[in-house]
Design a protein around this ligand. Sequence first.
Ligand SMILES: Cc1ncc(COP(=O)(O)O)c(C=O)c1O
Length: 348
Amino acid sequence: VLPAIRYLDFAVRWFGRVRYDLATSGLTPISAGELGRAVPDDPEARERFIAAVAERYGVSEAEVVPTLGTSGALFVAYATVLERNGAVLVEEPGYEPLIRVAEGLGARVDRFQRERGDLEPARVLRALEADTRLVAITNPHNPTAILLEDAQIRELSEVLETRGVALLVDEAYLESVAPRRSARRLGPNVMSCSSATKSWGVPWARAGWLLMPKETAALAIRAERHAVGNAPPSSFAWGELALKEAERLLERASLIQLGKRELVERFAAAHAERLRFSPPPPGSLFGWLEDVRGRRLTPLIERGIEASGVIVSPGEFFGAPSGCRISWTTDSPALERGLELLPEALEL
Ligand SMILES: Cc1ncc(COP(=O)(O)O)c(C=O)c1O
């Protein structure tokens, strides 16, 4: 039986359904009509999507595996690289599917700490076991939004390469923050994945990709065959359009987001004695708050949902119960009202 993914169960239940939504981490979706026109049943859309991804991220087409969302890419990456009874080493705090999908495939999951988003290669090395096949991280980090520099990822990939271990970098939020360079090119053992979902506001297309060495990319098709058979060409037709329109979508994002982060920063400054805010890189759609007193915030957040219609994302689902992820993707009036209601909900 596959393990439950509690974070996604919670997100499906509440995100977008609570009045003051400071939890949804993706940009306000664009409508299909506003994005443009795509021919959804064109069987060649897949090839054109591959070419567009390769061009944007400076990799060869043979390294691109089209997937259904970043979620699909995580599954394909794990199913291709992990062996039953092998092990994967996952960051903590971390995005829960990175753990559960590996468990579902019969792998063991070990963890290493990223305190406030920092990543120390020495710490990763210490946590490696003889059967570790893969280290999995997110960049920008979900939940803290901290962005690693290329040099840091390169250093990590080099030390892992000497141990024969691969590095998977989930870049679901990469396009929100400069310089928007995928980690795939930073080492021969690096895989990366992302989608049009979060930063471009095209969640409904489920257009995702996995970038990996071409030898493993050739094997990855098997995972698609197992999971979905033949993925819908419509996803890749819309995905190709999103890639072609990427700069316009990013401009749309900066207009939609204008002034919102400042509201959250003002809130964080006003409550700095109770909540520690980790400033995210410019363009981020979310940030991380940590309760200074170390209280477990989940029950307070759950009560706030019911009592005042405000929601943030409980850190507990990421393995950090005294923190919460706060997003600024809702409209400004709702964000402002949500920020007014939050202190009482969290009993600050
Ligand atoms: C780190 C991370 N990876 C992957 C996903 C899923 O992305 P997609 O909607 O493209 O499947 C999310 C969504 O919350 C995420 O936060």
